[in-house]
Design a protein around this ligand. Structure first.
Ligand SMILES: *Cc1c(COP(=O)(O)O)cnc(C)c1O
Length: 227
C-alpha cells in the first residue's frame, strides 16, 4: 500500500467524513465541530501519525499521563491543543491549568475554587466545561441536571470563572440521544455556547443534537489495551 492510500484509508479520515455527513444532515457547518482525539493509553508512536495527518486537538483523561506524554510532543509540533476530559483532583489543579487548553470536567465547588486560584496565578485561561451527570449515576462524576443552573451561577458569581460549555457522558446502557438533548437544553438556558458530547459510538447523534466538541478515541486509535 502506498503512503497515500494509507492516509486515505485512515480511521481519522473516516471519522472526519462522518462528522461532515452528520453536519450536513442537520445543516451545520463542519467547522462548528471540534474533533478531540482522545489519546489516553497510547504513546507517541501511535499519536505522531495522527498529528502528521493534520489532527491538532487531543484529549487525555489523566493529568499524570498527559504530563508524561505531551510536553515532548507539543515541543516537536507547535500549535497543538490539549484537552482534559477525565476527572480532575483538586491537588492536580495547578498542573492541569499549566498543561491543558481546555478542561471538560468541572464538577464541584472545591474544584471551581481551586481552578479560579490557579487561573489567576498562572495567567492562563483554559476553556472550561461543567460536567453534567445526566443519568444521575452514583459512580459517575458530574453535577446533577437539577443542580447545574445553580452550580454554573456559583462558578460565575462566586469564583469569577468563565464557564464556556457543558460536557456529558451518557450511561453506557441507555440510548444517548435524550442525554445529549438534556445537556443541550441546560446549556441553552444558561447561554453556554459549547457542548462536549459524543464518543466513538455516538458522535454523529451528538452532532445532530448540537455537539461542538466530540471526544473520539477508539474510532481513531483502535481499541485500548487498558486504562
Ligand atoms: C476515553 C474517553 C472518551 C473516548 O471514548 P471512545 O469510546 O474510545 O471514543 C471520551 N470521553 C471521555 C471522558 C473518555 O474518558
Amino acid at each position: 500500500m502506498s503512503a497515500d492510500s494509507a492516509t486515505v484509508a485512515s480511521p481519522l479520515v473516516k471519522v472526519r467524513a462522518e462528522i461532515a455527513r452528520a453536519c450536513r444532515t442537520v445543516g451545520r457547518d463542519p467547522a462548528s465541530v471540534t474533533l478531540v482525539a482522545i489519546a489516553k493509553t497510547f504513546g507517541a508512536k501511535a499519536i505522531e501519525p495522527v498529528i502528521a495527518a493534520g489532527q491538532k486537538v487531543f484529549g487525555e483523561n489523566r493529568v499524570q499521563e498527559a504530563a508524561a506524554k505531551w510536553p515532548a510532543l507539543t515541543a516537536r509540533h507547535p500549535g497543538l491543543e490539549l484537552h482534559l476530559v477525565g476527572s480532575l483532583q483538586s491537588n492536580k489543579t495547578r498542573e492541569a491549568v499549566a498543561l491543558f487548553d481546555a478542561i471538560h470536567s468541572v464538577d464541584r465547588e472545591s474544584l471551581a475554587a481551586a481552578l479560579a486560584k490557579e487561573i489567576a496565578r498562572e495567567g492562563r485561561k483554559p476553556t472550561l466545561f461543567v460536567e453534567v451527570n445526566t443519568g444521575a449515576e452514583p459512580q459517575k462524576a458530574g453535577v446533577l441536571p437539577e443542580e447545574t443552573d445553580a452550580f454554573i451561577a456559583r462558578c460565575r458569581e462566586q469564583h469569577g470563572l468563565a464557564i464556556a460549555g457543558l460536557m456529558c457522558i451518557p450511561p453506557v446502557d441507555e440510548a444517548p440521544a435524550p442525554h445529549f438533548a438534556l445537556t443541550a437544553k441546560i446549556a441553552r438556558r444558561n447561554r453556554l455556547p459549547l457542548l462536549s458530547m459524543g464518543m466513538s459510538a455516538d458522535f454523529t447523534t451528538a452532532i445532530e443534537l448540537g455537539a461542538t466538541h466530540v471526544r473520539v478515541g477508539t474510532a481513531i486509535f483502535g481499541a485500548r489495551k487498558s486504562e
